[in-house]
Design a protein around this ligand. Structure first.
Ligand code: BV8
Length: 222
């Protein structure tokens, strides 16, 4: 069966990584607009680098949980397209091979001058230079608010061609991801939600499985 899955911060919560929502819109004591926008980076690159340096270190210390591993197992039995809003690499370390990071990845660095991408050092600084063009224009390879998410053509096609769409551990607050269930439903795709609690777009789903992902995802997969 063709399955499209979207994951959010909730799938990594039991691995110890902070979700946006649980901290009342404050991410590690920062307001989102102070750290996750191009304007924020232009205003204070050191602050934004520090924010992502801390998340890169925490992601490296975290371990994938049973939900990450269950999705890797799902891919062995079905034609799975795994889309994540998360910038950590727990899906890959949980065994998933082809993960679509629509909001980027904290382990990746990007040169704003030439577009070169490379494995980010654990700590990035504003004075770092691009290994390709030597410009002092390095940034975290993250999609900030107001920027176009990555791989959208492939995502829309997967949502339209799936037989089943499952959203896991996402509060349904950030677009375009929050509109994926409505988009898929227009193509006759069955949409289910696995979350700790009702989300902002729960009405877009025909079935809801409530509970912690480390329990609900393995049960759903098996
Ligand atoms: C764009 C990287 C256009 C940064 C992120 C339409 C309407 C309104 C607004 C907009 C719109 N279209 C665009 C916008 C603006 C904006 C937006 O949506 N704003 C919101 C706030 C209203 N969207 C954008 O700017 C996007 N860009 O649309 O570009 C464009 C068009 C043309 C050309 C150029 C541009 C880009 C958005 C990407 C922002 N970057 N991430 C970083 O990570 O630091 S967003 C970031 O926040 C995450 O990636 C994720 O997407 C979001 C957090 O959401 P969740 O993952 O859902 O996490 P959250 O904490 O909210 O929820 C966790 C859930 O898990 C909860 O429900 C909880 O109950 C559950 N949970 C907790 N524990 C568990 C659990 N579930 C299971 N088990 C558990 N144990």
């Amino acid at each position: 069966m063709r399955i499209a899955v979207l994951t959010g911060a909730g799938i990594s919560a039991e691995s110890g990584l902070a979700t946006f929502r649980a901290s009342d819109g404050l991410w590690e004591n920062h307001r989102i607009e102070d750290v996750a926008t191009v304007e924020a980076f232009e205003r204070d690159p050191a602050l934004v680098h520090d924010f992502y340096n801390m998340r890169r270190i925490k992601a490296a210390e975290a371990q994938p949980n049973a939900a990450h591993r269950a999705l890797a197992e799902l891919a062995r039995a079905h034609d799975l397209t795994l889309i994540t809003q998360n910038v950590d690499d727990l899906h890959e370390r949980g065994g998933s091979a082809d993960v679509i990071h629509m909001h980027g990845a904290v382990a990746s660095a990007l040169c704003a001058a030439c577009g070169h991408r490379w494995q980010a050092p654990m700590v990035m600084r504003p004075e770092d230079r691009c290994p390709e063009c030597n410009a002092q224009a390095t940034r975290p390879d993250i999609v900030w608010f107001g920027e176009m998410p990555y791989h959208m053509e492939r995502i829309w096609q997967a949502l339209e061609e799936a037989e089943l769409f499952a959203a896991i551990g996402t509060s349904g607050n950030v677009y375009p991801a929050a509109g994926f269930a409505q988009h898929a439903a227009r193509f006759g795709v069955e949409c289910i939600e696995l979350n700790l609690e009702e989300s902002a777009n729960s009405r877009d789903f025909s079935q809801r499985i409530l509970g912690p992902a480390s329990r609900t995802v393995p049960e759903w997969v098996n």
